[in-house]
Structures are given as C-alpha cells and as structure tokens.
Design a protein around this ligand. Structure first.
Ligand code: 5GP
Length: 180
C-alpha cells in the first residue's frame, strides 16, 4: 500500500445517519413498488461488487417483501481515480423470468451499468431495475435510466461506506470526497 492513508483526507458529504435515513426511504419505495409484482417469485437483487456490498447489506434489511440476492463483479478503475474505459464483468447468474433489481454504488459515465444491463437483458428477466446509491449526472457519457437513486453527487472522487480508493477507505461509515 502506498501514499497517505488518513481519514482526515476525506471531506464528509453524507453522514452515517443521513445515509441510513435515505436507505430506509428507498427500501420502503422498493417494497411498495414490487409488492404486486412478486407474489409468486421474490424480488432478485443483483449486487455489483465490490463497492455496493455495504449499501446492499443495509438496503436488504429495509425491504419488507421476499427477496433473494446474488452478486456480479465489475471493475473499470483498478488503482486509478478515473475509469479505464473497459469494463470486466464476471458472473454466473440466472435471471430469466425474474424481477431483477441491480444494486450499484455509483453511476458515473454510465458505461459499467450499461454493459451489465445489456448482458442481463439478453437473459430475458421479467423486469430489470437499477438502484444506485450515488449518481454523478455531470459525468454521464452513456444514458442510464436509474430507478432508485440515493444521492446526487458532484463529479468528484467519492470514498467510504464500502466505496474505495485502491482498496482503502471502505471502512468509513460516511461518504466523502477524497482530496486529490
Ligand atoms: P462508470 O462505468 O459509470 O463510469 O463507473 C462506474 C463505477 O466506477 C462505479 O461502480 C465505481 O466502482 C467506479 N466509480 C465511479 N465514480 C467513482 C468515485 O467517485 N469513487 C470511486 N471509488 N469509484 C467510482
């Protein structure tokens, strides 16, 4: 591990309490919206690793309808602060005829979620929604229709609450901007 690694380098954007309140609101909306769609088969959450793992764990516990969970691995950043422009997706998922909700940490240029969505749509889910903790609309290059958004953020580099810089800062309970 190289470079400074200090929590003092982070300017807090959203506290743990603010995140908690917002996630409860999203969980309630998801539970209401899918209640009629999932009487027979549960809502299927697919979490994009690694950044969304804490968000997904908290969100899951606010959902009051039956649901199942699976994981997909996508990476475009490596140890850089800007996207490499190529997205590697690893998965072994079954989504045919299921109501699927993708759970993502950040939608930035939109490339990652667009590629994941294309792969999953080819497997013919009953429906496919997108739930992203953070949205950076100013950075968008590929259009994305986000179903549920936690917070809109400026086009800066965010860490904390599961989201890393070179595998660091995931442990922070809040979300913040990493000084460059
Ligand atoms: P996109 O493909 O939309 O450009 O990028 C999406 C992915 O890039 C996110 O899932 C996340 O892993 C990473 N990413 C985008 N913005 C940030 C950021 O501000 N901080 C961190 N740590 N990762 C980011």
């Amino acid at each position: 591990m190289s470079g400074k690694y200090s929590h003092n380098a982070i300017k807090t954007l959203f506290s743990a309490d603010t995140i908690d309140t917002r996630i409860r609101e999203i969980g309630k909306a998801i539970s209401n919206d899918y209640a009629m769609l999932t009487p027979k088969s549960p809502l299927h959450l697919i979490v994009v690793l690694k950044g969304a793992f804490i968000f997904a764990a908290d969100l899951l516990r606010t959902i009051t309808i039956p649901c199942t969970i699976d994981f997909i691995r996508a990476s475009s950043y490596g140890s850089e602060k800007t996207s490499s422009g190529t997205v590697t997706i690893k998965h072994n998922l079954t989504v045919a005829n299921r109501h699927v909700l993708l759970v993502e940490d950040i939608i930035d240029t939109g490339l990652t979620i667009q590629q994941i969505t294309a792969e999953l749509m080819a497997m013919k889910p009953a429906s496919l929604g997108i739930c992203s903790l953070l949205d950076k609309p100013d950075a968008r290059k590929h259009p994305v229709d986000i179903t549920y958004t936690g917070f809109i953020v400026p086009d800066t580099f965010i860490v904390g609450y599961g989201i890393d810089y070179d595998e660091r800062y995931r442990e922070l309970p809040s979300l913040g901007i990493l000084d460059s």
